[in-house]
Design a protein around this ligand. Sequence first.
Ligand code: CA
Length: 628
Amino acid sequence: MTKKTPFRIALWCMLPMLFLSSAAWGGQDSSLRVEPPFWWTGFKESELQLMVHGENISDYSVQLDYPGVTVQRVTRVKSPNYLFVYLDIGTGAIPGEFDISFSHDNETLEYRYRLQAKNPDPEFTRAFSSADTIYLITPDRFANGDPDNDNIEGMGDAVDRSDPDGRHGGDIKGIADNLDYISKLGFTAIWLNPLLENRMPSYSYHGYASTDFYRVDARFGSNEEYRDLVRQARSRGIGVIMDMIVNHAGSEHWWMDDLPTGDWLNFQDNIQITSHEHISEQDMYASEYDKQMYSDGWFVETMPDLNQRNPLLADYLTQNALWWIEYLGLAGIRMDTYPYPDKYYMTEWTRRLMVEYPHFNMVGEEWTDNPAGVAYWQAGNRNKDGYVSYLPSLMDFPLQNALRWGLATDEDSKMEDLRPGGLLYLYRALANDFIYPDPSALVIFPDNHDMSRIYTQLEEDYDLYRMALAYVLTMRGAPQIYYGTEILMANPGTEGHGVIRSDFPGGWEGDRKNAFTGEGLSDKELAAQNFVQTLLTWRRDKEVIHSGRLTHFVPEDGTYVYFRHDDSDSVMVVLNKNTEEVQLDLLRFDERLEGYQKASDVITGESMQLGGALTLPARSVRVLELHR
Ligand code: CA
C-alpha cells in the first residue's frame, strides 16, 4: 500500500554511498553501517546495543579487545544483513578507539569504534523550565542561510517556494545567523521542528518522516552544524529543544527494504491507519481491538508505525535519544505524537532518560482538549490503571483551546455544548489544574506549527491578540511562541499547514519585508513585535512569573483578573474585553492587594496609585507590578 518510488527500488544500489558517508564518523570499514556511530563512557547503564548492517553480516562472529569493554551477547535476526551486538561499557572503560572485528571464514571486517567521555558539566545539558520562553521554529521556513544546500543531488523534493508544501530552503545556518534576533526578543530556548534526514519524494520539509535517525538532513546542514548551533545558542543563554519521533519513521527510511525482523513495524504486512482515538489508551472500557487500532495503526501511509515492543528496536530508539542529548548538549526533547507509541515503551524511554539525565526535561505532545487525557502522561500522576510515566512536561493543548475560545467568543455567549463562552470558559479550563501532578511544568502556547496562527484564530483582532500573548507570557508554565507570531503572521482563508508555516520575512535574499531588521514591516507588525519583546525581556528575570503562585478571580462583566505572587513580588494581570473603558472596583481583590499602594504597568511603563478602582482601557490587557 505504500507508494513504490524509485528511491526504494534503488536502495540496495545506494547502500555503498550511504556506507561511505557514514564512514566520515569513524574511519571504519566502509561496507558496514554501525549505529550508534560512536558512544560515550560515563553513562549509568553500561549496556550498549550496536546495530550492525552489512551484507550477510549475520554469518560473522564478533571480537574486540579493549579494556573495560566486553561483548555481552550477539543477537541474530530474520534478515541476514543485521547483527545486534550488545557491549558492556564497564566503569573501567576509558575514552578512546578500538576495532571491532567481524570474522567469517577467512574474511575479517574491521570497524573502528570510538568512546568519548560524557560531558561532566551539568550546564552542557541544562534543561528548559518555566523560567524559559521557547521560540518554535520550522527550519525550512525561517531563514535560508545557505542557498548552496537548497538542492542536494539524489535527495529529491527540490526547492520550490511557490509550493506551500514544498521545500523552501531554510536551514541551520539561517537559524544560527539570526540567534541575535531571537535573543534580543527575549527568548531563552528554541524548539526546532525535526532536522533529521527526510529523504522523501515529496512533502519532506516538515521533517516528521525520518529516513535516518542519526543524520541531519543535508538540506538543513550537517550533524556538526547542528551541534555548533546548539553551542552558539548556549553561549547566548538559549537552550535547544530537539523535536523527536519514536512513533514512526519515513517510508523511505534506509531499513524499509530490508527490515531486521518480521515485527519491526506494526501492521508490517497489512497496513492499517490509526483510529487517532487517543482516549483508547486511558479508557478503562476500551476493547483490545480499539487499543491496537489506535496505537499500532500508522499515522499516515508514508510513516510506517514502529513496533517499540520489539526489544531490539526499543533499545535502538532509546539510545538514539541519549545519543542526541549527549552529542548536541540539548536543553530538552519535544516528543511528537506522545500517546501513539506503545505506552509501556514510553515509560521505559522516559525512565532511562531521567536516570541518565536526572534534571533533563521532555515535553510530550498529547493533542486533546481533555486535561485528564494530558495529566495521565505526566510524571507523578496516580493513574487508576497503574500506568507509570516519568515524563516531566506536556503541551497544554486544553489551555490553548480555552484561551482561543475564551477570547474569541462573546462574554454572554454559549459554547456548542452550552457551557458559557467568554472569559468564564478560560477561567474554568484553568481551574481544572488540580488534575495535574505539576501544572507549572506544562508548556503553554497560543499556537503552534499544526494549527492556525493565533492571529487568524482570533480573526485578526489585534486587541485579542495582545490579550492572548500577555496571558501566555504571565501564566504558569513555560511559554512557547511560534516564529512569526511576534509579527502577526496569519493564514487567512486556509488551514493549510504549508501556509501556516509561511516563510519568515527577511529570511530569504530579496525579501521586501525583513522582520529581523524591521524594514518594510507595517506599524501594527512593528507594534506587535515590540509588545512581545517588552513582555519577553521583562519575563526573563521575573521569578514570580517563572515559579510564583497563581490566584485568579471569577471573571465578571467582561474582565478577568489574576495574580502571580511569591514572598517578595506580586503581579496583577487584568484582561478587559469590554469595548469601552472600565473602572474596575478593586475591593474584591483585597486578599491580594493588601499592603500594596502603587503599581507600574509593564507594557506602557505607566505608574499609578492603587485606590478604590483601576482604570482599564477598552479591550486591553494590563500587566501590573505591585509596589508597597
Ligand atoms: Ca538552504
